[in-house]
Design a protein around this ligand. Structure first.
Ligand code: FMN
Length: 186
């Protein structure tokens, strides 16, 4: 760190320097076929062929148990107007609360996986559990994307249209943000 160009950030919370990140809801099923899910910000694409994405999930999450049992999950990208639902799914556990029953979100049957997706989502990635890698206090859940879809008009030329798709992003703590209207090109 040279001179006064930077101020130190605690390494334990340095991941905040990588935010904002989309606040998605990961959905899976319990052994009785009841859906549940949790909000996750720690997602990333990891491979194009095969199409793999990852979600870093604490083994303490009920959703982790469901993904292990079901062997698949859906990743649901949300519009900014679902911020209250995202926060609810990210602060309550499915062990104690039926999150779908207590929110306005609807679990709808998926096409390629057992786990349902969220009807009100902006976009959905249906994933098979491809691998799990224990890394520190989280498990990197790697999913193979079998199917993906988006609300009509939300994409233009293969990428989100920022005027239409107001993707919900997590900035940190209780702070959320969305994308600006303009695409910035170099
Ligand atoms: C915005 C936001 C992002 C979150 N991101 C993650 C994440 O990436 N990984 C994780 O394990 N937990 C994450 N959480 C915490 C879980 O969503 C939370 O512990 C949830 O209550 C777990 O529910 P469950 O026990 O029903 O699975 C996040 C919470 C919020 C509010």
């Amino acid at each position: 760190m040279s001179g006064g160009d930077f101020v130190k950030v605690p390494v334990l919370t340095s991941y905040h320097l990588l935010h904002p990140k989309p606040a998605v809801i990961v959905v899976s099923l319990d052994s009785n076929g009841k859906p549940s899910g949790m909000t996750a910000a720690w997602t990333s694409p990891v491979s194009m062929k095969p199409p793999l994405i990852s979600v870093s999930i604490s083994p303490r999450r009920y959703t982790y148990k469901l993904i292990k049992e079901t062997g698949d999950f859906t990743v649901n990208v949300l519009d900014v107007n679902l911020v209250a639902e995202a926060h609810f799914f990210g602060t309550r556990s499915g062990r104690r609360v039926d999150k779908f029953a207590e929110s306005k979100l609807t679990a709808e049957r998926s096409s390629r996986v057992k786990s349902p997706h969220i009807k009100e989502a902006l976009a959905v990635l249906e994933c098979n559990l491809y691998r799990e890698i224990k890394l520190g206090d989280h498990i990197l859940i790697v999913g193979e994307v079998l199917e993906a879809y988006v609300k009509p008009g939300a994409m233009k030329r293969g990428i989100y249209d920022p005027k239409v798709a107001k993707v919900l992003m997590h900035l940190g703590g209780v702070g959320y943000i969305t994308i600006s209207d303009e695409i910035i090109t170099p």
